[in-house]
Design a protein around this ligand. Structure first.
Ligand code: AOF
Ligand code: ZN
Length: 366
Protein backbone atom coordinates (compact mmCIF):
# COMPACT_ATOMS: atom_id res chain seq x y z
CA UNK A 1 0.00 0.00 0.00
CA UNK A 2 2.66 2.45 1.07
CA UNK A 3 4.84 1.44 -1.91
CA UNK A 4 2.01 2.30 -4.31
CA UNK A 5 1.37 5.59 -2.52
CA UNK A 6 5.06 6.46 -2.54
CA UNK A 7 5.30 5.81 -6.26
CA UNK A 8 2.16 7.82 -6.96
CA UNK A 9 3.40 10.93 -5.19
CA UNK A 10 6.95 10.54 -6.48
CA UNK A 11 5.57 10.29 -10.01
CA UNK A 12 3.83 13.61 -9.35
CA UNK A 13 7.06 15.12 -7.98
CA UNK A 14 8.86 14.05 -11.16
CA UNK A 15 6.09 15.50 -13.30
CA UNK A 16 6.49 18.81 -11.48
CA UNK A 17 10.28 18.64 -11.85
CA UNK A 18 9.96 18.49 -15.65
CA UNK A 19 8.36 21.95 -15.61
CA UNK A 20 11.82 23.37 -14.91
CA UNK A 21 13.20 21.81 -18.11
CA UNK A 22 15.60 24.15 -19.86
CA UNK A 23 15.59 26.73 -17.04
CA UNK A 24 17.43 25.13 -14.12
CA UNK A 25 20.72 24.20 -15.77
CA UNK A 26 23.32 23.47 -14.65
CA UNK A 27 21.19 22.68 -11.60
CA UNK A 28 18.98 19.60 -11.68
CA UNK A 29 15.23 19.56 -12.25
CA UNK A 30 13.55 18.81 -8.93
CA UNK A 31 9.92 18.49 -7.87
CA UNK A 32 8.35 18.22 -4.40
CA UNK A 33 4.94 17.19 -3.07
CA UNK A 34 3.79 17.52 0.56
CA UNK A 35 1.15 15.03 1.68
CA UNK A 36 -0.77 15.13 4.96
CA UNK A 37 -3.48 12.64 5.98
CA UNK A 38 -3.66 11.38 2.41
CA UNK A 39 -4.13 14.84 0.90
CA UNK A 40 -1.68 16.90 -1.14
CA UNK A 41 -1.25 20.17 0.77
CA UNK A 42 1.64 21.68 -1.18
CA UNK A 43 3.52 21.29 -4.45
CA UNK A 44 6.54 22.99 -5.94
CA UNK A 45 9.48 22.62 -8.26
CA UNK A 46 12.86 24.21 -8.84
CA UNK A 47 11.76 26.76 -11.41
CA UNK A 48 15.01 28.34 -12.41
CA UNK A 49 18.71 28.41 -11.75
CA UNK A 50 19.58 30.52 -8.71
CA UNK A 51 15.96 30.49 -7.54
CA UNK A 52 14.37 28.68 -4.58
CA UNK A 53 14.63 24.91 -4.48
CA UNK A 54 11.62 22.65 -5.01
CA UNK A 55 11.06 22.05 -1.29
CA UNK A 56 10.99 25.78 -0.53
CA UNK A 57 8.38 26.39 -3.22
CA UNK A 58 6.30 23.44 -1.99
CA UNK A 59 6.33 24.81 1.57
CA UNK A 60 5.45 28.28 0.34
CA UNK A 61 2.46 26.82 -1.52
CA UNK A 62 1.17 24.84 1.46
CA UNK A 63 -2.53 25.28 2.12
CA UNK A 64 -2.12 24.19 5.75
CA UNK A 65 0.56 23.61 8.40
CA UNK A 66 2.90 20.87 7.08
CA UNK A 67 3.77 19.69 10.61
CA UNK A 68 3.65 15.89 10.65
CA UNK A 69 3.34 15.60 6.87
CA UNK A 70 5.33 13.49 4.38
CA UNK A 71 7.52 15.26 1.87
CA UNK A 72 8.15 13.62 -1.51
CA UNK A 73 11.12 15.10 -3.32
CA UNK A 74 12.76 13.78 -6.47
CA UNK A 75 16.30 14.59 -5.25
CA UNK A 76 17.90 14.37 -1.82
CA UNK A 77 17.27 17.65 0.03
CA UNK A 78 20.41 19.76 0.09
CA UNK A 79 22.52 20.28 3.19
CA UNK A 80 24.76 23.08 1.95
CA UNK A 81 24.63 26.85 1.73
CA UNK A 82 24.61 27.53 -2.01
CA UNK A 83 22.57 30.25 -3.63
CA UNK A 84 19.92 29.28 -1.10
CA UNK A 85 20.10 27.93 2.48
CA UNK A 86 19.93 24.14 3.14
CA UNK A 87 16.54 22.55 2.41
CA UNK A 88 17.24 19.89 5.06
CA UNK A 89 17.23 22.61 7.76
CA UNK A 90 13.91 23.95 6.52
CA UNK A 91 12.37 20.46 6.51
CA UNK A 92 13.46 19.94 10.13
CA UNK A 93 12.15 23.36 11.07
CA UNK A 94 8.75 22.59 9.49
CA UNK A 95 8.50 19.44 11.63
CA UNK A 96 8.02 17.00 8.76
CA UNK A 97 7.58 13.35 9.86
CA UNK A 98 8.81 11.52 6.80
CA UNK A 99 10.84 12.33 3.69
CA UNK A 100 10.70 10.16 0.58
CA UNK A 101 13.36 10.87 -2.01
CA UNK A 102 14.11 9.27 -5.37
CA UNK A 103 17.88 9.50 -5.27
CA UNK A 104 20.95 10.69 -3.41
CA UNK A 105 22.26 14.04 -4.70
CA UNK A 106 25.58 13.26 -6.46
CA UNK A 107 26.78 16.82 -5.81
CA UNK A 108 29.83 16.31 -3.55
CA UNK A 109 28.58 19.21 -1.41
CA UNK A 110 25.50 17.12 -0.52
CA UNK A 111 26.13 13.40 -1.35
CA UNK A 112 24.17 11.86 1.52
CA UNK A 113 24.72 14.67 4.01
CA UNK A 114 21.15 15.94 3.52
CA UNK A 115 19.70 12.51 4.31
CA UNK A 116 22.00 12.15 7.33
CA UNK A 117 20.95 15.51 8.68
CA UNK A 118 17.25 14.57 8.39
CA UNK A 119 17.76 11.17 10.02
CA UNK A 120 19.79 12.71 12.82
CA UNK A 121 16.83 14.98 13.49
CA UNK A 122 14.58 11.91 13.87
CA UNK A 123 12.88 12.14 10.48
CA UNK A 124 12.05 8.83 8.80
CA UNK A 125 13.74 8.89 5.38
CA UNK A 126 13.07 6.53 2.44
CA UNK A 127 15.53 6.65 -0.46
CA UNK A 128 15.25 5.20 -3.97
CA UNK A 129 11.57 5.47 -4.93
CA UNK A 130 11.49 5.78 -8.76
CA UNK A 131 15.26 6.17 -8.75
CA UNK A 132 15.70 5.02 -12.36
CA UNK A 133 13.24 7.62 -13.66
CA UNK A 134 14.77 10.38 -11.51
CA UNK A 135 18.27 9.57 -12.71
CA UNK A 136 17.18 9.59 -16.33
CA UNK A 137 15.45 12.93 -15.90
CA UNK A 138 18.66 14.43 -14.54
CA UNK A 139 21.14 12.50 -16.68
CA UNK A 140 22.77 15.76 -17.84
CA UNK A 141 23.26 17.03 -14.28
CA UNK A 142 24.59 13.64 -13.17
CA UNK A 143 27.28 13.46 -15.84
CA UNK A 144 28.29 17.09 -15.46
CA UNK A 145 28.63 17.03 -11.68
CA UNK A 146 30.38 13.65 -11.57
CA UNK A 147 32.64 13.77 -14.63
CA UNK A 148 32.97 17.54 -15.18
CA UNK A 149 32.13 17.03 -18.84
CA UNK A 150 28.96 17.82 -20.80
CA UNK A 151 26.42 15.09 -21.48
CA UNK A 152 26.18 14.62 -25.25
CA UNK A 153 23.04 13.53 -27.08
CA UNK A 154 23.52 12.67 -30.74
CA UNK A 155 20.32 13.32 -32.64
CA UNK A 156 19.75 12.54 -36.29
CA UNK A 157 17.02 11.85 -38.81
CA UNK A 158 17.40 9.17 -41.43
CA UNK A 159 15.44 7.13 -43.94
CA UNK A 160 14.75 3.51 -43.05
CA UNK A 161 17.79 2.56 -45.12
CA UNK A 162 20.02 4.81 -43.03
CA UNK A 163 20.40 7.72 -45.48
CA UNK A 164 20.38 11.38 -44.46
CA UNK A 165 19.97 12.77 -48.00
CA UNK A 166 19.56 11.69 -51.61
CA UNK A 167 22.65 11.28 -53.79
CA UNK A 168 21.80 14.77 -55.14
CA UNK A 169 22.09 16.29 -51.66
CA UNK A 170 18.34 16.86 -51.38
CA UNK A 171 17.17 16.18 -47.80
CA UNK A 172 14.03 18.27 -47.20
CA UNK A 173 12.31 16.65 -45.49
CA UNK A 174 13.13 13.16 -44.35
CA UNK A 175 11.46 13.31 -40.95
CA UNK A 176 7.83 14.23 -40.27
CA UNK A 177 6.67 17.70 -39.23
CA UNK A 178 5.98 16.38 -35.71
CA UNK A 179 9.57 15.20 -35.40
CA UNK A 180 11.00 18.46 -36.69
CA UNK A 181 8.94 20.42 -34.20
CA UNK A 182 10.03 18.12 -31.41
CA UNK A 183 13.67 18.69 -32.30
CA UNK A 184 13.19 22.41 -31.80
CA UNK A 185 11.94 21.75 -28.26
CA UNK A 186 14.87 19.39 -27.71
CA UNK A 187 17.27 22.19 -28.65
CA UNK A 188 15.88 24.31 -25.81
CA UNK A 189 16.58 21.50 -23.34
CA UNK A 190 20.35 21.60 -23.86
CA UNK A 191 22.88 24.30 -22.99
CA UNK A 192 24.70 23.81 -26.29
CA UNK A 193 24.07 22.58 -29.80
CA UNK A 194 27.01 21.27 -31.78
CA UNK A 195 27.54 21.17 -35.54
CA UNK A 196 30.49 20.90 -37.87
CA UNK A 197 31.82 23.58 -40.20
CA UNK A 198 30.64 21.57 -43.22
CA UNK A 199 27.01 21.71 -42.06
CA UNK A 200 27.19 25.46 -41.42
CA UNK A 201 28.78 26.14 -44.81
CA UNK A 202 26.25 23.95 -46.63
CA UNK A 203 22.99 24.96 -44.89
CA UNK A 204 23.76 28.18 -42.95
CA UNK A 205 21.35 27.07 -40.20
CA UNK A 206 20.22 29.16 -37.22
CA UNK A 207 20.36 26.24 -34.75
CA UNK A 208 17.86 27.94 -32.45
CA UNK A 209 14.95 26.45 -30.54
CA UNK A 210 12.16 28.60 -31.99
CA UNK A 211 9.98 27.44 -29.08
CA UNK A 212 8.25 29.92 -26.83
CA UNK A 213 9.57 29.94 -23.28
CA UNK A 214 12.71 27.98 -24.19
CA UNK A 215 16.22 29.43 -24.06
CA UNK A 216 18.26 29.04 -27.24
CA UNK A 217 21.31 26.81 -26.89
CA UNK A 218 24.83 28.16 -27.35
CA UNK A 219 25.95 27.27 -30.87
CA UNK A 220 29.13 25.18 -30.71
CA UNK A 221 30.83 25.01 -34.08
CA UNK A 222 33.64 22.56 -34.70
CA UNK A 223 35.86 24.34 -37.19
CA UNK A 224 39.51 23.30 -36.99
CA UNK A 225 40.60 25.61 -39.82
CA UNK A 226 38.13 28.47 -39.22
CA UNK A 227 36.42 28.14 -42.57
CA UNK A 228 33.01 29.44 -41.45
CA UNK A 229 32.65 33.16 -42.27
CA UNK A 230 31.65 35.75 -39.68
CA UNK A 231 28.44 36.43 -41.59
CA UNK A 232 27.10 32.92 -40.86
CA UNK A 233 23.73 33.00 -39.09
CA UNK A 234 25.07 31.12 -36.05
CA UNK A 235 27.45 34.02 -35.32
CA UNK A 236 24.90 36.82 -35.32
CA UNK A 237 24.10 36.71 -31.60
CA UNK A 238 27.11 37.81 -29.50
CA UNK A 239 27.83 35.57 -26.53
CA UNK A 240 25.81 32.72 -28.01
CA UNK A 241 28.46 30.91 -30.04
CA UNK A 242 31.63 29.00 -29.23
CA UNK A 243 34.03 27.87 -31.93
CA UNK A 244 36.22 24.84 -31.35
CA UNK A 245 39.37 25.18 -33.40
CA UNK A 246 43.10 24.45 -33.58
CA UNK A 247 46.36 26.40 -33.65
CA UNK A 248 46.55 25.69 -37.41
CA UNK A 249 43.77 28.20 -38.04
CA UNK A 250 44.43 31.74 -39.17
CA UNK A 251 45.09 34.02 -36.18
CA UNK A 252 43.45 37.09 -37.69
CA UNK A 253 40.28 35.10 -38.28
CA UNK A 254 40.39 33.96 -34.68
CA UNK A 255 40.81 37.50 -33.41
CA UNK A 256 37.92 38.68 -35.57
CA UNK A 257 35.65 36.06 -34.03
CA UNK A 258 36.62 37.06 -30.51
CA UNK A 259 36.13 40.75 -31.35
CA UNK A 260 32.59 39.91 -32.43
CA UNK A 261 31.71 38.28 -29.12
CA UNK A 262 32.30 34.70 -30.21
CA UNK A 263 34.12 32.47 -27.78
CA UNK A 264 36.99 30.33 -29.06
CA UNK A 265 38.38 27.11 -27.59
CA UNK A 266 41.63 25.79 -29.03
CA UNK A 267 42.10 22.03 -28.79
CA UNK A 268 44.68 20.51 -31.12
CA UNK A 269 44.19 16.91 -32.11
CA UNK A 270 46.77 14.44 -33.44
CA UNK A 271 46.07 15.44 -37.03
CA UNK A 272 46.88 19.02 -38.07
CA UNK A 273 43.73 21.15 -38.18
CA UNK A 274 41.59 18.53 -36.45
CA UNK A 275 39.96 19.41 -33.13
CA UNK A 276 40.53 17.13 -30.13
CA UNK A 277 36.88 16.74 -29.19
CA UNK A 278 37.55 15.08 -25.87
CA UNK A 279 39.80 17.92 -24.68
CA UNK A 280 37.33 20.47 -26.03
CA UNK A 281 34.62 18.92 -23.83
CA UNK A 282 36.61 19.85 -20.74
CA UNK A 283 36.90 23.41 -22.04
CA UNK A 284 33.16 23.55 -22.67
CA UNK A 285 32.37 22.23 -19.19
CA UNK A 286 34.54 24.98 -17.73
CA UNK A 287 32.37 27.46 -19.59
CA UNK A 288 29.27 26.00 -17.91
CA UNK A 289 28.03 23.88 -20.82
CA UNK A 290 26.47 20.89 -19.03
CA UNK A 291 24.73 19.27 -21.99
CA UNK A 292 25.11 19.26 -25.76
CA UNK A 293 22.78 18.28 -28.56
CA UNK A 294 24.99 17.01 -31.36
CA UNK A 295 23.37 17.55 -34.74
CA UNK A 296 25.23 16.49 -37.91
CA UNK A 297 27.07 16.24 -40.09
CA UNK A 298 28.33 12.79 -40.81
CA UNK A 299 32.02 13.54 -40.33
CA UNK A 300 31.60 15.31 -37.00
CA UNK A 301 29.26 12.58 -35.76
CA UNK A 302 31.80 9.88 -36.67
CA UNK A 303 34.58 11.86 -34.96
CA UNK A 304 32.43 12.34 -31.85
CA UNK A 305 31.79 8.60 -31.51
CA UNK A 306 35.44 7.90 -32.11
CA UNK A 307 36.44 10.40 -29.42
CA UNK A 308 34.02 8.66 -27.03
CA UNK A 309 32.15 11.86 -26.14
CA UNK A 310 28.62 10.67 -27.06
CA UNK A 311 26.43 9.45 -24.19
CA UNK A 312 23.06 8.97 -25.81
CA UNK A 313 21.61 8.54 -29.28
CA UNK A 314 18.17 9.56 -30.53
CA UNK A 315 17.43 8.62 -34.10
CA UNK A 316 14.31 9.51 -36.03
CA UNK A 317 13.76 6.81 -38.64
CA UNK A 318 11.35 7.92 -41.34
CA UNK A 319 9.31 5.36 -43.30
CA UNK A 320 11.04 6.00 -46.62
CA UNK A 321 13.76 4.21 -48.54
CA UNK A 322 16.10 6.59 -50.38
CA UNK A 323 18.61 4.18 -51.84
CA UNK A 324 21.68 4.96 -53.91
CA UNK A 325 25.22 3.92 -53.05
CA UNK A 326 26.35 7.55 -53.14
CA UNK A 327 23.59 8.87 -50.86
CA UNK A 328 25.14 9.86 -47.50
CA UNK A 329 24.50 7.84 -44.36
CA UNK A 330 24.46 8.83 -40.69
CA UNK A 331 28.13 8.38 -39.94
CA UNK A 332 31.06 9.31 -42.14
CA UNK A 333 34.70 8.58 -41.45
CA UNK A 334 36.18 5.15 -41.96
CA UNK A 335 33.71 3.26 -39.79
CA UNK A 336 34.27 0.11 -37.77
CA UNK A 337 36.54 -2.59 -39.22
CA UNK A 338 34.71 -5.39 -37.45
CA UNK A 339 31.27 -5.76 -35.86
CA UNK A 340 32.64 -6.04 -32.30
CA UNK A 341 34.26 -2.64 -32.86
CA UNK A 342 30.96 -0.98 -33.85
CA UNK A 343 29.33 1.49 -31.48
CA UNK A 344 26.78 -0.48 -29.48
CA UNK A 345 23.74 0.98 -27.77
CA UNK A 346 22.07 -0.31 -24.63
CA UNK A 347 18.83 0.38 -22.73
CA UNK A 348 16.96 0.92 -25.98
CA UNK A 349 13.53 2.51 -26.05
CA UNK A 350 11.29 3.19 -29.04
CA UNK A 351 8.38 5.51 -29.61
CA UNK A 352 6.52 7.07 -32.50
CA UNK A 353 6.60 10.70 -33.57
CA UNK A 354 4.10 11.31 -36.34
CA UNK A 355 4.98 8.64 -38.89
CA UNK A 356 8.59 8.33 -37.68
CA UNK A 357 10.00 5.73 -35.35
CA UNK A 358 12.26 7.18 -32.66
CA UNK A 359 14.98 4.86 -31.41
CA UNK A 360 16.82 5.97 -28.33
CA UNK A 361 19.64 4.34 -26.44
CA UNK A 362 22.81 4.90 -24.44
CA UNK A 363 26.29 4.35 -25.83
CA UNK A 364 27.86 1.29 -24.29
CA UNK A 365 31.33 2.60 -23.43
CA UNK A 366 32.25 -0.92 -22.12
C1 AOF B 1 17.43 20.56 -3.44
N1 AOF B 1 16.28 20.95 -4.05
O1 AOF B 1 15.20 21.79 -5.79
C2 AOF B 1 17.49 21.48 -6.03
C3 AOF B 1 18.68 21.02 -5.39
O2 AOF B 1 23.25 26.98 -5.82
P1 AOF B 1 22.05 26.35 -5.21
O3 AOF B 1 21.79 26.77 -3.80
O4 AOF B 1 20.81 26.48 -6.07
O5 AOF B 1 22.36 24.79 -5.09
C4 AOF B 1 22.50 24.00 -6.23
C5 AOF B 1 22.71 22.56 -5.86
O6 AOF B 1 21.65 22.13 -5.00
C6 AOF B 1 22.65 21.63 -7.05
O7 AOF B 1 23.92 21.43 -7.63
C7 AOF B 1 22.13 20.34 -6.44
O8 AOF B 1 23.15 19.64 -5.77
C8 AOF B 1 21.14 20.88 -5.42
N2 AOF B 1 19.85 21.05 -6.05
N3 AOF B 1 18.59 20.54 -4.12
O9 AOF B 1 17.40 20.23 -2.25
C9 AOF B 1 16.27 21.41 -5.30
N4 AOF B 1 17.51 21.99 -7.27
ZN1 ZN C 1 17.86 22.59 -1.47
Amino acid sequence: MRIDEDRKYMARALELAVRGMGHTRPNPMVGAVIVKDGRVIGEGWHEQYGGPHAEVNAFNNCTEDPKGATLYVSLEPCSHYGKTPPCADLIIQKDIDRVVTAMVDPNPLVAGKGIRKLRDAGIFVTVGVMEKEAKELNEVFLKYIQKHKPFVLYKAAMSLDGKTACHTGESKWISSEDSREEVHVLRGCYAGIMAGAGTILADNPLLTSRTEGMIDPVRIIVDGNLSVPLKAKVFQEPGKAIVLTTTSADETKRDALIKNGIDVIIADGDIKGKVDLSAAMTGLALKGIDGILLEGGATLAADAFEAGIVDKVRIYAAPILIGGKDAPGLLGGKGADTIPEAVRLKNITTLMSGSDLIIEGYVDHK
